[in-house]
Design a protein around this ligand. Structure first.
Ligand code: GLC
Length: 429
């Protein structure tokens, strides 16, 4: 079977306009509260892990509140883990008992979430794990929690991958037929070619699976982790150094990033990124034609913890004033000066100043190309001029500027926003 054709570029329009989404990693691992890989990292048995299933009861879950926070943070789509590697399902699947409706909480989580986020105007995405550390037919490979238990492995040598893959396809069918239009699907992940039992295209029957997805939801965008090409690529926990390419061609991409290095709720983690760094990461993505999918790991009560809420608020304050430089914007042909990022939308060029300079910001190639300059946060004018090569400064010459450089004259005081932005109104060349 050949790979089903990827979506046309037009299907990517909303994605590349919206630029900023919320990733949600939520499952039983919120209870041990020490990373979503805890079952594998600590080689926990099913019998041990069962305590989290028996105590899963997010009594404070308020999807409308989550959706509002996401919208106010400037996020335009969200992606929820329907099932992570642990195998626990957040919806009422007919194909397993290992699902939220059988926990003390007893109700489906996906439908209310989808409804709440849609009501706030956000697009709907699902993350679905290809890996499953609970299913009785998923082979005990080198990532599996029981990988070092020889007795367990011997007793489970007859696991039938084909049966698991039928289950995987069946669950994807459920997810794409029960909740209305799904805009986005993030499969996770392939690890081919490992002698300890890697998995990829043949194991997941990726072509068949992707065809099923496209048949059920023709407009959906699918990521790149089935070991066959999808609609966009997914750099994880790093910012690419340039717009991303596949085989020399530009591709749509989305960096997925955590607030603190863990995707699932991680109580004792201290590696929290400051708000202004998160804003810089969003800007950095857009300046390279990419998106940012920023993760929150809700806790076992069903809440975003205060450190996450504070950061979403801070990003939202910035986004409220600076959305123009992000939504519908992308890379610019112009090259920014050091410590800055450019984004561009039509005739507007946005200078994001990461390191505040003293007074002058020199913009190569922009002399004669800018009609007006203002701060974006308050629409106050920013002075600009072209410094002549021979021009005298106080005692020496303000030298070394290449021809066609436009100089912005900035106030000494840095504006009190996470990342100051200057909006340039371009004239035609
Ligand atoms: C991974 C991890 C993981 C996380 C994800 C997000 O590959 O296994 O726990 O869900 O990527 O991109």
């Amino acid at each position: 079977m050949t790979s089903p054709t990827p979506n046309p570029a037009s299907a990517l329009e909303w994605f590349q306009d919206d630029r900023f989404g919320l990733f949600l990693h939520w499952g039983l691992y919120a209870l041990p509260a020490r990373h979503e890989w805890v079952k594998s990292r600590e080689k926990l048995t099913d019998a041990h892990y069962d305590r989290y299933f028996r105590h899963f009861d997010p009594d404070l879950f308020d999807p409308a509140g989550w959706a509002r926070m996401a919208r106010e943070a400037g996020m335009r789509y969200f992606v929820i883990t329907t099932k992570h590697h642990e195998g626990f399902c957040l919806w009422d699947s007919e194909l397993t008992d290992y699902k939220v409706t059988n926990t003390p909480y007893g109700r489906d989580l996906i439908a209310p979430m989808v409804e709440a986020f849609r009501a706030e105007g956000l697009r709907v995405g699902f993350y679905h794990s290809l890996i499953d550390w609970h299913h009785p037919d998923f082979p005990v490979d080198g990532l599996h929690p029981r990988r070092d238990d020889e007795e367990f492995k011997a007793a489970n040598a007859g696991r039938d991958m084909a049966k698991y893959t039928d289950y995987l396809h069946g669950q994807v069918r459920e997810l794409l037929t029960r909740f209305g239009q799904i805009d986005y699907l993030f499969f996770d992940f392939s690890y081919p070619g490992r002698e300890w039992g890697g998995k990829g295209v043949a194991d997941w029957r990726s072509e068949e699976l992707l065809k099923l997805v496209r048949d059920l939801q023709p407009d959906i965008l699918v990521n790149d982790r089935l070991e066959i090409p999808g609609d966009f690529v997914t750099p994880e926990q790093y910012q690419p150094s340039a717009p991303m390419q596949v085989d020399g061609q530009p591709v749509a991409w989305e960096a997925c990033q955590t607030l603190n290095g863990s995707w699932g709720y991680d109580r004792d983690n201290l590696d929290w990124k400051p708000t202004d760094l998160l804003v810089r990461m969003l800007v950095d993505s857009v300046s390279k034609d990419g998106n940012l999918l920023l993760n929150v790991g809700p806790n076992g009560r069903g809440e975003f913890e205060p450190r996450a809420v504070e950061r979403l608020r801070g990003i939202g304050e910035w986004a409220r004033l600076h959305g123009r430089s992000v939504y519908g914007a992308g890379r610019s042909e112009f090259t920014p000066p050091a410590d800055c990022r450019y984004t561009q939308r039509g005739d507007r060029l946005y200078v994001h100043v990461f390191g505040w300079p003293f007074k002058h910001l020199h913009l190569p190639g922009l002399a004669g190309r800018v009609d007006y300059a203002q701060f974006l946060h308050d629409a106050s004018e920013v002075g600009m001029r072209v410094i002549e090569p021979a021009e005298q400064a106080q005692n020496t010459k303000l030298g070394g500027l290449p021809e066609h450089t436009l100089t912005l004259e900035l106030p000494v005081q840095r504006p009190e926003v996470a990342v100051p932005v200057i909006e340039l109104f371009l004239t035609s060349p």
